[in-house]
Write a protein that binds this ligand. Structure first.
Ligand code: UD1
Length: 341
């Protein structure tokens, strides 16, 4: 049987590149489109090292409908996973139109192409950011979505609404939004991983860069939260577990009857971990002492967010298998790989 070709937009990025590996390992044929605005071609070399062949890649903007139609035809695309988006919260507040145009424009363009070509299946990268500061924990898919506090977060909420409405009007479309919690780690081979441009916004790349000597010191954003040690709690999920959730989601869609299907799934581990706990786990996993200090809160941070991932386990047959320690070991191995002369 010939392999099913799946378009991975943003496939050279952090979560996208790991999902390319998971798709290939599950017998799919991933095809990448990435404009390399927030990723590097070295990810393709990493994929070649892991998979042993070149993954087809189009260095193009997926806002370009003509290009997308051409790729769908040429590569016989049968489904899509849409990662391509800007993701820096602070930047999104300074450049709202750039974020709305890129994140929502590319989604609408991709949906138009799916409708025109009759390709049914789409998986969308959403975020636990849609839950804001939740009233109760852990968050289930029924936990109310809160008004977004950032333009970035709003692009995810509006994206979910666009998908719900479009799926409801289509006899063909089957769409899932995956609400990611906090992805960490790298492929254990250290051939692919996170490549933050400039100063990292996210905790784990900031930690690994500090331990590697690129940054002077980590600032813990607040220790006066109402949590056991005063620091914020998050659900850190290994990026390969997250990648595999996309494969399970795709297989779930393929097994469904055609049309009018839209659903959302939390993709997290179910474990809440504080910033100080994560620092201790990193020190133990890497054998490095981390230079850090306690600073003021960062505006927009929720006190605690972690997933109830029961729905994904029951309906997708997916559950996170890797530990946080493995994630931190892999993140550190990747940082060391980047620093090799
Ligand atoms: C952030 C975004 C979220 C996005 C996600 C993508 C914000 C407010 N939220 O989530 O919308 O979907 O990234 O990965 O930006 N921390 C420190 N010091 C640091 C960096 C982080 O103490 O230098 C703390 C934060 O206060 C937070 C935790 O580490 O408690 C995780 O932060 P981060 O990695 O930025 O993720 P989120 O804020 O959860």
């Amino acid at each position: 049987m010939s392999q099913v070709s799946i378009l991975v937009t943003g496939g050279a990025g952090f979560i996208g590149s790991h999902t390319v590996v998971a798709l290939a390992e599950a017998g799919f044929r991933p095809v990448i489109i990435d404009d390399f605005s927030n990723s590097k071609p070295s990810a393709l070399e990493g994929l070649r090292q892991i998979l042993g062949y070149d993954v087809p890649c189009y260095a193009r903007d997926c806002n370009d409908k003509t290009t997308l139609l051409e790729i769908f035809r040429q590569e016989n695309i049968r489904g899509a996973i849409h990662f391509a988006a800007f993701k820096a919260v602070g930047e999104s507040m300074a450049q709202p139109l750039r974020y709305y145009h890129n994140n929502l424009g590319s989604l609408i363009t991709l949906l138009e192409v799916l409708v025109e070509t009759g390709v049914p299946d789409l998986i969308f990268s959403s975020s636990c950011t849609v839950y804001g500061e939740p009233d109760s924990l852990p968050v289930t898919e029924q936990t109310p979505v809160q008004p977004a506090v950032s333009v970035y977060g709003n692009t995810k909420q509006i994206g979910e609404e666009i998908l719900r409405d479009t799926a409801a009007a289509s006899d063909a479309l089957r769409i899932l939004s995956l609400r990611y919690f906090n992805p960490v780690g790298a492929h254990p081979s250290a051939q692919i991983g996170e490549l933050p441009l400039g100063i990292p916004n996210n905790l784990v790349p900031f930690i690994t860069q500090t331990a590697a000597g690129l940054r002077e010191q980590l600032t813990v954003f607040g220790n006066d939260y109402p949590t056991p040690d005063g620091t914020c709690i998050r659900d850190y999920i290994h990026v390969m577990d997250l990648a595999e959730a996309h494969v399970s989601a795709l297989q779930h869609l393929q097994a469904r009857p055609a049309g009018r299907h839209y659903d959302v799934f939390n993709v997290g581990t179910g474990q809440g971990v504080s910033v100080l706990e994560l620092i201790r786990d990193f020190e133990s996993a890497s054998g490095q002492r981390l230079n850090y200090k306690i600073g003021p809160r960062r505006s927009g941070d929720a006190t605690a967010v972690y997933a109830d991932a029961t729905k994904a386990r029951e309906q997708l047959g997916w559950t996170a298998r890797r530990t946080l320690r493995e994630g931190l070991e892999d993140a550190w191995r990747w940082e060391m790989h980047l620093r090799q002369p």
